[in-house]
Write a protein that binds this ligand. Structure first.
Ligand code: CP
Length: 313
């Protein structure tokens, strides 16, 4: 493949291959000398139409550790501010012969559209409510390392599922790898197509957490609410915020995850977020760099293989 647009379409073997390579990068990233030459001579453009801390920084670090020339473009400093369209922006960047473009966009499907207009590799860094594949992969790596396996686990995904590309990519990946996924959300914060994911739906969070191995919290995405009824923050925290009382329903060794950015006191209590025995939130960030290195490395191998085939013709 020369694209990673979503978890949908990946096989179990694809996921396992990415995680296995990422595991090697975790070890390398803990060494003093972190750089290798896997992307030497390649140009990577990070094109972010929406704000990001973790994803943009980790794609930049990942590309640089692999030896690529990395260029970051953000909405605030680009001609998109002057009205240039997504496709004109894509064509402009494509003319500079990048090898890989990493794209985040506020609209579902925008990254797939852009991928049709460029002839380099494309990675989806989050598009609207659709997918955030590298987030699901880094979550999977965190779970696999902590639990020793990525199958037959009970994972509770809690909160604003309706607006969450993270939840969608995780539901697909965790289902693909034979895990049991439970959603805990108010009816107004569930996606209309929830039936297609083979998940169990709960409106009572404590029931959803009963015996869970993994508790994955989601940010309440106020910027995407589209007029849907949302309870007050106090009411929301009371019913769907994770505190130690609710967490006690999960397994004693259950881990707590959050993709970030967190709304402390809304979907998660600070005492849980900062609980070093349960929270793996910082570890998720570390896994993010390794997973993105693995994805970029595998794409670069495919690009080189294609070029070698073309040269041999
Ligand atoms: N989890 C995540 O995508 O975070 P950022 O929005 O900071 O990239």
């Amino acid at each position: 493949h020369r694209r990673l647009l979503g978890i949908e379409g990946l096989s179990r073997d694809d996921v396992t291959a990415i995680l296995d390579l990422a595991d090697r990068y975790v070890a390398q990233n803990r060494r003093a000398d972190k750089k290798i030459d896997a992307l030497r001579g390649m140009t990577q453009i990070n094109l972010f139409f929406e704000n990001s801390t973790r994803t943009q920084a980790s794609f930049e670090i990942a590309g640089k550790r692999l030896g690529a020339d990395v260029m970051n473009m953000s909405l605030q400093t680009s001609s998109i501010k002057k009205g240039e369209t997504l496709l004109d922006t894509a064509a402009t960047l494509n003319a500079m012969h990048p090898d890989i473009i990493v794209v985040r966009h506020q609209h579902s499907g925008a990254v797939a559209l852009l991928a049709q207009k460029v002839n380099c590799a494309v990675v989806n860094a989050g598009d609207g409510r659709h997918e955030h594949p590298t987030q699901a992969l880094l979550d999977a790596l965190t779970i696999r390392r902590r639990k020793g396996r990525l199958r037959r686990l009970t994972v509770a995904i809690c909160g604003d599922v309706a607006h969450s590309r993270v939840a969608r990519s995780n539901m697909i990946l965790l289902g693909l790898m034979d895990n049991r996924v439970r959603l805990a959300a108010p009816p107004t914060l569930l996606p209309p197509d929830v039936g297609r994911y083979g998940v169990e739906v709960f409106h009572d969070m404590e029931e959803a957490l009963e015996g869970a191995d993994v508790v994955m919290m989601l940010r309440l995405q106020k910027e995407r609410m589209d007029g849907a009824y949302v309870p007050s923050q106090r009411e929301y925290f009371h019913r769907y915020g994770l505190d130690h009382r609710k967490l006690a329903r999960a397994r004693p060794d259950a881990i707590v995850m959050h993709p970030g950015p967190m709304n402390r006191g809304v979907e998660i209590d600070s005492l849980v977020a900062d609980d070093i025995d349960r929270s793996v939130i910082a570890e998720q960030v570390e896994m993010g760099v390794a997973v993105r290195m693995a994805v970029l490395d595998l794409l670069a191998r495919n690009i080189r293989a294609e070029r070698a085939q073309e040269a041999a013709r």
